[in-house]
Design a protein around this ligand. Sequence first.
Ligand code: HEC
Ligand SMILES: [Cu+2]
Length: 328
Amino acid sequence: MPLAQAQAPGDITPLAYFLHSAGPAAAPVRVLDWALTALCVVVCIVIAALLLIAMRRKRRDISGDDLSANETANGVANRIVIIGTAISTVLLLGALVAMLRVLAAVAEPPSDPALTITVTAYDWWWKVTYTGPSGQPFNTANEIRIPTGEPVQVRLQSADVIHAFWVPALAGKTQAIPGQVNRQWLQADRPGIWRGQCTQFCGAQHAHMAMEVIAQSPGDFARWLSAQAQPAAAPPNAGAQRGEQVFATHCAACHTVRGSQSNGAQGPDLTHLASRRLIAAGTLANTPANRLDWVAHAQAIKPESLMPNIALTPAEARDLGAWMDTLQ
Ligand code: HEC
Ligand SMILES: [Cu+2]
């Protein structure tokens, strides 16, 4: 099945991703989630019930001189406060212990990660750096591929402000902080596509700063890795050749396409652009029409994005489109 049509496992809608886990770094967190949710629900119900009982009780008449009845009532009230505090303390301490245990359980991967990737957060997209089969690093963007069944180490850094990396089905959140490298690990037990999101408010387009993690069998992953490490193929025809020229003029200052004369670093690496499922950090499906729409209207699609609208003649747009289609 081509990846573009592949469904998320079990057709889980993105909104429900955080209710499911697909690997050992996320499973203990999900169990903790449900346990804490259940605890909170029970506490809410008990407190609401106690409130209702208290509201329905008639106030005892203490206007008379029945002092001893009054004292008994005070004693009962004090005891209720003490017992309530004790129960709350035990529950909260229990929750704290459970949380610390989960933190410890997911702190380190079960075995040495076979793969380490570097994810750099930018306003408002993700650069992903891999080491190719020959040891050469290369970049891609907004789509993280991993092999199934192995822990993957993620080195997290930021190019500008504080962001946070969260792929709920695969691991907890980790912040990406300028000037610092944070580490986390994730692992997918089965092939699938999981959405992740920046979870630290980072400016106007924070909400459009998503990414996808695609887990594949180790064989498929290895084939993907060696294809991505390659430079772009030479333009196969005259139209695409002209498109490469349009790119050199209008885009190369910000974007890199390995193998062409462009080495801009402000925007995503586009060497294998057409092989990705989504563009603009999960904002649009990666279709030929959307790619050109993005070039012309980036500021309408993602206002304040660091990619300007770029005005091209119809012929330039056609040639550029033909070339981008070849960046498989
Ligand atoms: C001033 C710098 C700049 C210029 C010039 C520029 N871009 Fe971009 N481009 C960016 C940035 C920054 C992003 C990331 C935007 C985001 O997702 O928030 C981006 C994103 C993209 C994406 C989406 C990539 C992905 O995988 O998500 C495409 C495609 C793209 N640009 C194509 C082009 C083309 C084609 C041109 C020339 C016609 C061009 N850009 C010119 C900065 C630039
Ligand atoms: Cu953000």
